[in-house]
Design a protein around this ligand. Structure first.
Ligand code: NOJ
Ligand code: NOJ
Length: 723
């Protein structure tokens, strides 16, 4: 195993060197050399591996899990043959579309048995969300020995095409706890244990989440998701197993992770998962926190998580608004409201991953079988703030409307690979724009003109500007008067060259970043994109990733005008070691400064200083510790107990909802607990506080509690509230 890894690692490094040679040769170096830690210039494409392309028939009906394959493709819950080799064979199709990252189904070894559906049909874990061994590759996707070969080959081919690979990682659960393999988990082939005979406590044994439980912080994290054996990540063995599995994927070249069901994993544990991944190397992480909109009872928890954990989120509230507006003809104010609400809540909003549809909801064309509207939604997603993710087949207008087109009918086989569709071309063009104009990746997003059918918004990063006008009305054009823009005075032709009916505009000189656009008529169902990229100037900082790390963790800083000669990066007043420097991307090492929030700046070799961007320096690598406080001070409905303490990880003695750790959970009132990821080897000081519904804070009495955090594994603290 060890030498296998070393070989893979060497292969990967030499592949990178080969890539570099090729890239330098064709002068595309900055394009494909971008590190995963800045994902904002990428266009992600989500693939259900089983349903994309069958690249190898030898893995269709493997011996260890025979009978789960349906060559007729009529049983929608069976394997249909798509595999990693198939994705690899379609790499130039993907690159030609402007896709720069693929998110693949969980590739790990899944349930081997058939779980009958009750109507006599077999069902299989063709989607990948029932893992049995997180350290091996599923035989239907790779090869019958469950080796990493096909995964490695896919990564090599993707990287050679400038495409990053995102692994869907689902550490919340293993397989179904009441059937099949009863949650059995293997560590690279060696049985760890299963749910029914769980003498080690590897699993939580609670009921399924149901009813009001979906909004209950304890139930969503510690109850069972759809009968799936709920892994206890606070057990040191499970903690180490999941982190080692993620690291194995990094060693095999994975650039990032889409983390499944983050709302249902222990929130505090995931800070340490992210830290473990970033400590090992460059990566981008985003999680699935399902919620309908910004009024969701756990919405506040979701943005606190995204702001602190280092894990970005799929943007479900915006997804709902996109579907309502383009799918169900709701007013554009729906989208505008979400953009502004999330804009004030999410610190790293440009890292949110935006999407029109995915494998858990009906496809857009099932909701509204109108290609114009699909094109408009695509153009919106590709130009608005956030990292766009396109569900496979969207560019082929794929949909199956059986039973409302929901799971599994939203996962048909890819119908073909036509590179001539309008959708394919639009994605390609707007992906190029995202690469070339930093306003799309890093810019602010502001509404410039709106009515029920028309949305004109501007992206702006310093003097780089993109103005987009969408009219979703099928028949009515609109006269656009009074439109202002930050585009400099000039005439602008449509960046999409009219492929979605766009037109040219004339911008006249105005003042204060408000240049008047000469009145024009916006035709029905059209999208126009106008853009301007400014020339060289002072350094402009657009991105930092990860957003936190202990001294020694490498940080990718991206933007514009850094210059080709190495300058300086500062964390506060402290100069950091530079690992690499290009005019758009710098890698620096988190310096040995005390823990806390720092403003990071770039100074170019000419002495010009950039804007600053926030970064949190952690004290040390993070260890998940379960803190329990017994017999806490009484609370009323809406009051919660929080944990606060003397390091940035514990909120630096803060007493606010957003900065202290919590709210804690109370399955056994008045005892409360929470998992917090705290710095390894440090003796921390902490206390528990009550934050009442009205914001009033009550401290527990006595002196501070202290705890020396273990240097590895997990930790447990159990104290009584001091009266
Ligand atoms: C969310 C995934 O997207 C969904 O498809 C899956 O079934 C559940 N999580 C459980 O893993
Ligand atoms: C203020 C609190 O009142 C006190 O209880 C706590 O010990 C200190 N912060 C931290 O030193």
């Amino acid at each position: 195993m060890r030498s296998g890894c070393a070989n893979t690692w060497t292969r990967r490094v030499s592949q990178r060197i080969i890539n570099l040679g090729v890239l330098v040769a064709i002068v595309l170096a900055p394009l494909s050399a971008t590190l995963a830690a800045d994902f904002k210039r990428e266009v992600i494409y989500q693939i259900i591996t089983d349903r994309f392309f069958d690249g190898s028939t030898s893995n269709n009906n493997p011996a260890q899990s025979s009978g789960l394959y349906d060559s007729t493709k009529t049983n929608w819950r069976a394997y249909w043959g798509g595999d990693l080799a198939g994705i690899q064979q379609k790499m130039s199709y993907l690159a030609g579309m402007g896709v720069t990252a693929i998110w693949i189904s969980p590739p790990v070894d899944n349930l081997n048995t058939n779980i009958p559906d009750g109507n006599g049909n077999p069902t299989a874990s063709y989607h990948g969300y029932q893992a049995r061994d997180f350290k091996r590759i599923e035989e239907h996707f790779g090869n019958t020995t469950n080796s990493w070969t096909d995964f490695d080959n896919l990564v090599t081919a993707a990287h050679a095409n400038g495409i990053k690979v995102i692994v869907d990682f689902a550490p919340n659960h293993s397989t179904q706890n009441n059937a099949g393999e009863f949650g059995a988990l293997y560590d690279n082939g060696i049985l760890l244990g299963n749910y029914t005979n769980d003498t080690n406590g590897y699993f939580h044994h609670n009921a399924n989440i149901s009813g009001g439980g979906w909004d209950d912080r304890y139930q969503v994290q510690y109850y069972t998701l759809f009968d799936l054996a709920d892994v206890n990540q606070e057990h040191a063995t499970m903690d180490a197993y999941m982190k080692a599995a993620a690291q194995l994927f990094q060693q095999h070249g994975a650039d990032g992770f889409r983390i499944d069901a983050v709302k249902h994993l222990s929130w505090g544990w995931q800070y340490s998962l992210a830290n473990s991944i970033y400590t090992f190397g460059d990566s981008f992480l985003f999680g699935e926190w399902y919620q309908g909109n910004t009024s969701d009872p756990l919405y506040h928890d979701s943005y606190k998580f995204a702001n602190k954990s280092g894990i970005s989120l799929l943007d479900f509230p915006l997804n709902t608004a996109i579907r309502n507006v383009f799918g169900s003809n709701a007013n554009f104010s729906d989208i505008d409201a979400v953009i502004s609400q999330e804009g004030s809540n999410f610190t790293w909003k440009e890292d949110l991953v935006t999407f029109i549809d995915n494998h858990d909801m009906s496809r857009f064309l099932t909701v509204n079988n109108n290609n114009n509207r699909l094109h408009e939604a695509l153009a919106f997603t590709l130009t608005s703030r956030g990292i766009p993710c396109i569900y496979y087949g969207t560019e082929q207008y794929l949909h199956n409307d059986t039973s409302g087109g929901t799971d599994p009918y939203n996962r048909p086989m890819m119908p073909g690979f036509n590179t001539g569709t309008t959708a394919y071309q639009v994605i390609n063009k707007l992906s190029t724009l995202r690469r070339n104009n930093p306003a799309i990746a890093y810019g602010s997003m502001g509404q410039r003109w709106i009515n029920n059918d028309v949305y004109i918004y501007e992206r702006k990063f310093f003097g780089n500007v993109v103005l987009v006008a969408i009219n979703k009305n099928e028949t009515s054009s609109y006269n656009i008067a009074g439109l202002n823009t930050a585009l400099p005075a000039a005439s602008y032709s449509d960046y999409l060259t009219g492929s979605l009916g766009g037109l040219s505009i004339v911008v006249n000189a105005g003042s204060g970043g408000n240049n008047p656009v000469a009145n024009f008529t916006l035709p029905a169902h059209t999208v126009s994109v106008w853009q301007f990229t400014e020339g060289a100037g002072s350094p402009q900082l657009g991105s930092i990733g990860p957003t936190n790390g202990q001294p020694g963790v490498r940080v990718t800083i991206a933007g514009k005008n850094f210059g080709s000669t190495t300058g300086t990066v500062k964390f506060g007043a402290t100069t950091a070691t530079i690992n690499s420097w290009t005019s758009t991307q710098i890698v620096a090492t988190t310096p040995s400064v005390s823990n806390g929030n720092y403003n990071v700046t770039v100074t170019n070799s000419g002495g010009q200083v950039s804007n600053s961007i926030q970064y949190t320096v952690l004290t040390a690598k993070l260890i998940p510790v379960t803190f329990t406080v017994n017999n806490a001070t009484p609370t009323q409905v809406g009051d919660y107990i929080f944990l606060t303490g003397n390091t940035v990880e514990l909120g630096n003695w803060s007493t606010t909802w957003d900065a202290a750790v919590g709210p804690m959970l109370t399955p056994n009132y008045p005892n409360w607990f929470t998992v917090a990821s705290v710095p390894a080897g440090q003796t921390i000081q902490f206390k528990f506080i009550k934050i009442a519904a009205n914001g009033a804070v009550t401290w527990e009495a006595g002196s501070n509690h202290t705890f020396t955090v273990p240097t590895s594994g997990t930790g447990f603290v159990n104290v009584n509230w001091q009266y």
